[in-house]
Design a protein around this ligand. Structure first.
Ligand code: ADP
Length: 533
C-alpha cells in the first residue's frame, strides 16, 4: 500500500514538474515571439503608430520617433488633447484640417483611414507622407486600438509633380506652335489632336470618328483621293509622308497646307505611334507661283523682244532693196516715156532694178537659211548625249514644278545624223509642253522620256500624265495655242525641224491619262552603234 502511495506521489511530482516546465517553456516562447515582433516593428522601414479608440497616440515606433524627432508623449499642449497637439506640431499648416477631418471621420465611423499630408521631419523639412490606419476590434466588434503605418512618398510626389509640370509645359508649347499637331495609333486611329487643331475644326474633344468626318469634309474635293492614297500607303509601308493639299477656311476660300507624318518606332523597330503636323504653306505656294509666272513672263518677253528685233531687222533689210526697186522702176518708166525714149538709160535703170531685186532675194534666202540649217551642220552623233543635255537643262524647272523626270535610253542605238542645236530645241519644247500639261496636277507628276530603236529609225517618246491633248488635229499648226501666254510656235518649229531631218512627229494618248509626243530620226543604212555608258 505504502509502495503504491509512494509510486503515485513520485508520479504526481513528475507530472507537476513536467507541467511547470511546459508552462515555463510556453512563457519563454511567448516572450521570444513578442521580442521578435517588437524587433520587427522597430526595424521595418516604415513609420508605425498606434492610437487609442478615441484617437490618443499611444505608441510610435523608433523610425517614427527618429523621423519626427518626437516621442509619443512629447506633444502636449494646454487645453488640447494629445491627438490635436500632435497634429498641430507635426502636420503642415495647409494639411492639418484635411488630416484632422479624415482621422476624426474614421474614429467616428470605424472605417479605414487614408490620407496624404506633409509632415515635419526632425530637421524641420516638410515631406509628403502617406498614412493608413485600420481598427482592431475585440470579440464583440468594439474597437480596442488603431494601428497605423506612414510611408515617406515625398520623392515620388516630387517626381510626379515634375512630370506634370513638364507635361504642362510641353502642352503649352504644342498649343503655342502655329501648326496643327496630331498623333495616330499604329493602326492609324487618331490618338491625340492639339487644342489649336480642335479649335480650328470646331470640336471640343478628339473623338476619332468626329475628327475624321470633320477634317475630311474640309479637304478640297480634288485632293481627297490623293490624301487618302498617301495616308493608306504610309500606314501600309510604315514610311513617313509629306503631302500638300488644299483645305477650306471658315470664309470658304481654300488654302494650301503641307501635312507631314513620321512614325515613332520602339527598340524592335515596331511602330509605336505616328506623329503628324500640318502647316499652312499657302503664302509660300502663292509666292512660288508668282515667281514662276514672273519667270515665264520674262522668258516670253525676251522671246517676243528677240522676235520683234528680228522682224524689224528683216523688214529693214528687205525694205531697202524694195524701195530701190520702186524708185528705179519709176525712173525706167520715165526714160521709156521720154520723146524720144532713152533706151540706154532705161536699160541701165533696169539693171539696177535687177540688182536690188536680187539683193532682196538674197536677204530672204539668208533668213531662210538661218531658220533651216543646212545639211552641213548635221553630224553623225550619239543621240543619248543630247537627251542628257536636254534633261539637265530642264531639270531645275521640272523639280521646281514637282515633276519627276524618268529618262531611259536604249543601249543599242546606232549613230544618227542630226543638228545638235535643233534636236535639242525639239526636246526642250516637248519636255516643256509636258511639264506645262501637268501644272494643275497635285501629285504623280511623272514625265518619261524613252528612246529606242525601230527598224529604220530611232524613236523618241516624251510622255506625261497631264490633261491630254484637247485639239489633236491642230497642235502642229503655227500660232495654235491653248495657253494663256502661249505663242503656239513650239510644235510647228518641232515639226519643221524633225521633217527636215527626214523624220516624223505625232501625238498620241497616254494611258490612263496624258499625252505622248513621239518623233523619229531615220537611221543611216551603214551607221555604227553609239558607245554605251
Ligand atoms: P505653246 O506651248 O506656246 O502653246 P506649242 O506649239 O508648243 O505652243 O503647243 C501648242 C498646243 O499644243 C499647246 O497650247 C497645247 O494645247 C497643246 N499641247 C502641246 N503639248 C501638249 C501636251 N504634252 N499635253 C497636252 N497638250 C499639249
Amino acid at each position: 500500500m505504502l509502495q503504491l502511495f509512494l509510486a503515485i506521489s513520485a508520479f504526481s511530482a513528475l507530472i507537476v514538474a513536467a507541467i511547470s516546465r511546459q508552462h515555463h517553456l510556453a512563457v519563454l516562447t511567448l516572450r521570444q515571439s513578442e521580442r521578435s515582433l517588437l524587433e520587427l516593428i522597430e526595424t521595418v522601414p516604415a513609420l508605425l503608430w498606434r492610437l487609442a479608440p478615441d484617437g490618443e497616440p499611444i505608441f510610435f515606433n523608433k523610425h517614427m520617433i527618429d523621423f519626427l524627432g518626437l516621442g509619443v508623449t512629447d506633444c502636449e499642449k494646454p487645453g488640447m488633447n494629445r491627438l490635436a497637439a500632435t497634429i498641430q506640431t507635426v502636420v503642415h499648416p495647409d494639411d492639418r484640417a484635411g488630416l484632422g477631418d479624415a482621422l476624426n471621420a474614421s474614429l467616428k465611423t470605424g472605417e479605414r483611414f487614408f490620407q496624404r499630408s506633409r509632415m515635419r521631419r526632425a530637421d524641420g523639412v516638410y515631406r509628403w507622407i502617406e498614412s493608413r490606419a485600420e481598427p482592431m476590434r475585440d470579440w464583440d466588434g468594439v474597437i480596442i486600438q488603431w494601428y497605423g503605418v506612414s510611408v515617406d512618398i515625398d520623392d515620388e510626389v516630387r517626381a510626379q509633380k515634375a512630370l506634370q509640370e513638364s507635361e504642362r509645359q510641353l502642352q503649352q508649347i504644342i498649343d503655342a506652335v502655329p501648326a496643327n499637331i496630331w498623333s495616330w495609333t499604329p493602326a492609324g486611329e487618331m490618338s491625340y489632336v492639339s487644342k489649336r487643331y480642335l479649335d480650328y475644326l470646331g470640336l471640343t474633344d478628339a473623338n476619332p470618328e468626329d475628327f475624321e468626318r470633320v477634317a475630311q469634309a474640309l479637304v478640297h474635293p480634288d485632293d481627297i483621293p490623293e490624301v487618302q492614297r498617301t495616308t493608306a500607303t504610309c500606314l501600309q509601308t510604315g514610311e513617313a509622308f509629306v503631302m500638300r493639299y488644299r483645305r477650306r477656311e471658315k470664309n470658304g476660300s481654300y488654302r494650301w497646307m503641307e501635312g507631314r507624318c513620321e512614325p515613332l518606332r520602339d527598340r524592335d523597330g515596331t511602330i509605336a505611334q505616328w506623329y503628324g503636323v500640318s502647316l499652312d504653306v499657302d503664302d509660300q505656294v502663292q509666292s512660288r507661283e508668282e515667281l514662276r509666272v514672273a519667270q515665264d513672263n520674262l522668258a516670253r518677253a525676251s522671246q517676243a523682244a528677240s522676235l520683234a528685233e528680228l522682224s524689224a531687222s528683216i523688214a529693214h533689210e528687205v525694205a531697202q532693196p524694195l524701195a530701190a526697186v520702186v524708185s528705179s522702176s519709176d525712173a525706167c518708166r520715165h526714160w521709156l516715156l521720154a520723146e524720144p525714149p532713152n533706151i540706154e538709160r532705161a536699160q541701165k535703170t533696169l539693171e539696177r532694178i535687177l540688182q536690188s531685186a536680187n539683193s532682196a532675194v538674197e536677204v530672204v534666202s539668208r533668213i531662210r537659211a538661218l531658220f533651216k540649217h543646212s545639211e552641213e551642220t548635221r553630224n553623225l552623233a550619239p543621240l543619248g548625249r543630247v537627251i542628257s543635255e536636254a534633261r539637265d537643262l530642264m531639270a531645275e524647272d521640272a523639280s521646281r514644278r514637282s515633276v519627276y523626270m524618268d529618262v531611259e535610253v536604249a543601249s543599242d542605238l546606232p549613230l544618227v545624223a542630226f543638228d545638235r542645236v535643233q534636236i535639242q530645241q525639239v526636246l526642250i519644247n516637248l519636255i516643256r509642253n509636258a511639264v506645262d500639261a501637268m501644272d494643275t496636277m497635285m501629285s504623280d507628276k511623272v514625265l518619261k522620256v524613252r528612246v529606242h530603236r525601230m527598224e529604220h529609225a530611232i524613236q523618241v517618246e516624251i510622255s506625261d500624265r497631264g490633261r491630254g491633248i484637247e485639239v489633236p488635229d491642230r497642235i502642229f499648226e503655227p500660232f495654235f495655242t491653248t495657253k494663256r501666254q502661249g505663242m503656239g510656235m513650239g510644235l510647228a518649229i518641232c515639226r519643221s525641224i524633225v521633217e527636215s531631218h527626214g523624220g516624223k512627229i505625232w501625238a498620241q494618248k497616254n494611258e490612263p491619262q496624258g499625252a505622248i509626243l513621239v518623233f523619229t530620226l531615220p537611221i543611216e543604212p551603214d551607221s555604227s552603234h553609239e558607245p554605251t555608258g
